[in-house]
Design a protein around this ligand. Sequence first.
Ligand code: FES
Length: 167
Amino acid sequence: PAVPVRFTVNGKARALELDPRVTLLDALREHLELTGSKKGCDHGQCGACTVMVEGKRINSCLTLAVMHDGDDITTIEGLGRPGDLHPMQAAFVKHDGFQCGYCTPGQIMSSIAVLEEIKDGVPSYVTADVAGKPALTGEELRERMSGNICRCAAYSNIIAAIADVAG
Ligand code: FES
């Protein structure tokens, strides 16, 4: 039987009755008509479905909607809009960080999360020589973005866009 789920999506309170087996991705796409988050693999390997839950990125295909009762969720639709882009969206345009665009919502959500993840200091897994450098390295960005696959291989432009926003 369906169970009630309430969460906030892009600043708006939403209430659904869902089969407990429905993933967060399907809840967003099929029940809330927020189709910006994409279904690439549906099993956690491509990152096209990346959204923010409580400020942290997550593969929405790998988690059940009912597990997010009460959570605050942001999707690509919650960022900018034409004429008023989020800085990361603007940087992807500026650096041509996409070709077909299918992976782009996930890439952008992950990119924003990466900058949040690193803002409080050098992450523990970074090796000593890299950790000694104050600037964000391309190597670190690539590692942190490695969960987001781009079939068109726009990787270098994606990294350039993130680096631009990172400053
Ligand atoms: Fe979720 Fe590929 S659709 S990781």
